[in-house]
Design a protein around this ligand. Structure first.
Ligand code: NAD
Length: 251
């Protein structure tokens, strides 16, 4: 990378976000690890630091709260410089029979999985516009390809994120900013293991992995590798795209 750039990874304290934060820091981004969980954000920023990469923890931030997001982005700008890379990864899963989805369930899914990325984009895009360069990657879900029973609220929110990605890509393309989405599928993270423990997968992770076209579950590093490419200089002609990383489970 020709010059130092700051990147913000939401939900960077665990699973896919942790792998992305470590990878972007390795790629040379000064990386802000944002998470609701302060200890987790600090742990991951510490891991970057141990490897000699530049990173800060931005803990205790709920992406569904615009004021908290604005304050976090101001802090990153002050400590690391203009935010030229943004990975909207923070997310919460939900599993409820459709008629049992309450307004609260619905609103929380929309707030974290869709409004969060909206607030983060609005906070960071001005830096990218000023620089004439930017990279945004939104982590959606392979369930947006296929739909998913008992996850109507989650899939609706993540599908909205795909729409946000495509529209922003068209609007921001002339400013040198690319916007893409990675819908992961079946990646071995605390979120997936939590669903397994609650019996929501219809079988174990290992059973599903054996049936997958590539015969394994995804690894957080699989998503981080795709994200690294989309955040790179050489991906400047790739925008508005849905880059599935799911072991062939969805084509
Ligand atoms: P994870 O639960 O391991 O990590 C999510 C992180 O986001 C946690 O550190 C959590 O504290 C943080 N977070 C949650 N709500 C937040 C909020 N309101 N504000 C700030 N931080 C918040 O999950 P993961 O499996 O690594 O998932 C990462 C992303 O990938 C999510 O958006 C998820 O929906 C998506 N995804 C994952 C899979 C999979 O197979 N694991 C599949 C499809 C989509």
């Amino acid at each position: 990378m020709s010059r130092r750039r700051a990147a913000l990874v939401t939900g960077g304290g665990s699973g896919i976000g942790r792998a992305i934060a470590l990878r972007l820091a390795e790629d040379g981004f000064a990386t802000a690890v944002l998470d609701l969980d302060t200890e987790a954000a600090e742990r991951v920023a510490g891991e970057c630091d141990d490897k000699g990469y530049e990173a800060i923890a931005v803990g205790g931030v709920d992406v569904s709260d615009r004021a908290q997001v604005d304050a976090a982005v101001r802090r990153v700008r002050t400590e690391l410089g203009p935010v030229l890379g943004l990975v909207n990864n923070a997310g919460v899963t939900g599993f409820k029979e459709f008629l049992r989805i309450t307004d609260e369930h619905w609103d929380r899914q929309l707030a974290v999985n869709l409004s969060g990325p909206f607030y983060c984009c609005q906070a960071a895009v001005p830096d990218m516009v000023d620089a004439g360069w930017g990279r945004i990657v939104n982590i959606s879900s392979s369930s947006t390809h296929s739909g998913q029973p008992y996850m109507a609220h989650y899939v609706a929110a993540k599908s909205g994120l795909v729409g946000l990605t495509k529209s922003l890509a068209l609007e921001l393309g002339p400013r040198g900013i690319t916007v893409n989405t990675i819908p992961p599928g079946f990646v071995d993270t605390p979120m997936l293991r939590g669903s397994e423990r609650r019996g929501l997968l219809g079988g174990s992770v290992d059973e599903h992995a054996r049936l997958s076209p590539v015969r394994r579950a995804g690894r957080p590093a699989d998503i981080a590798a795709a994200c690294s490419y989309l955040m790179s200089e050489e991906a400047g002609y790739v925008t508005g795209q849905v880059i599935g990383v799911n072991g062939g489970r969805n084509t």
